[in-house]
Design a protein around this ligand. Sequence first.
Ligand code: FES
Length: 83
Amino acid sequence: MERRRIPYRIELKGGKTYFWCRCGRSGTQPLCDGSHKGTGTEPLPYKSPVDLTVAFCGCKQTRNPPFCDGSHTHCAQITTQAV
Ligand code: FES
């Protein structure tokens, strides 16, 4: 499972729907690449109302998906490498 202790800063386009990876298998984190097939997990769609820059969760422990809520500060044994 691909997780990291820091969020992903990404620029969203207004009106576009993004699919946040919930399973952690995607090779294009934090977004889904279809690798969840067969896991029983589906990505979380998020439609941005406007152009904006956000922090999407990378540790998959957020209580406010797809956004980082700081939960990564309590995660252990996950990578700290920037992607
Ligand atoms: S690859 Fe993880 S939810 Fe799609």
